[in-house]
Design a protein around this ligand. Sequence first.
Ligand code: GLN
Length: 325
Amino acid sequence: EISACLVGSEMCIRDRVVSLSVIAFDFRFLFMEMAFIWLCIPFSDDDRGVHFESIHHIKQKKRRMNMKYFTKFLCLFLGAAMMLTMAACGSKSDTDANAGADGEKKQLVVATSPDFPPFEFLDGSQIVGIEPALMQAIADKLGMELVWEQVDFDSIIPGIQAERYDVGAAGITITPDRQKNCDFSNPYFLANQVIVVNPGSDIQGKADLAGKTIAVQTGTTAEEYCMDNGYSVLSFASNNDAQAALTSGKADAWVVDNEAAARMAADQSLTVLDEAMTSEPYAFAFAKGSSLVDQVNTALQELLQDGTVEKLFQEYDTVYVSPLS
Ligand code: GLN
């Protein structure tokens, strides 16, 4: 509530500043118009039928004329200066469509679940990983500012539908079911589901999962896959808890995306089985009909083409797999 209040008052202040600048803008026009009309009035000074002029009168008249010239030139100078500032304001908002009237960048609220290394994880309280880096590169291209929201994976798409977030960036696989509820960017990576077991487990592959208890993260394609195959499933809000269920012996196996499996299993000396059970393109999720999809796709395409995406994967020691492969 406090943050909503702060945001509200900030918007209020911003609105006032905007309306004040609009008023100032209008006044400048009015002033310019008046100055122009005044400039058009010819010098009519002292054609009032004075036939006899003393030296003193002539001097006074000359001084008045000089003064008039001076004020007219001053007006011209001020008018030109105003025109220049207006032109500068106009060109700024024309070129940067995502900057507000006061020059602030448009905010892009991104929801993620930072329990999915190397794609997103916490470094202290900071959300880092391939997707935060990629989103930042996209936002830089679009002239936008990122605002990260940390949520459970299964809250991301409902939050996008409710327009609480503009984008979901969480290693989200494009699936036909999800496509009914949200729009996706073009895919930028290809992943698969794998089985993770404790060292010495008798589970060697998919065929051995029958009758076993499998830990998964709620709302993921791992959960969907295991349920569709009729396995007995234990679901957890976070990937860390699904992993803990395996290490504590509550579950016999943990099914998760391959890159997260490799990273998280290494930390706990778990065994990742070779068998790839699915093929899953990752993309960013948006509300249905969001105009952001096209903008993000254009930026993403440039970053894929110039090698930035591959470089970002390398920075996180991850082999880039193209979704077109
Ligand atoms: N790719 C999987 C999915 O979309 C898992 C994503 C995740 O756990 N962050 O469901």
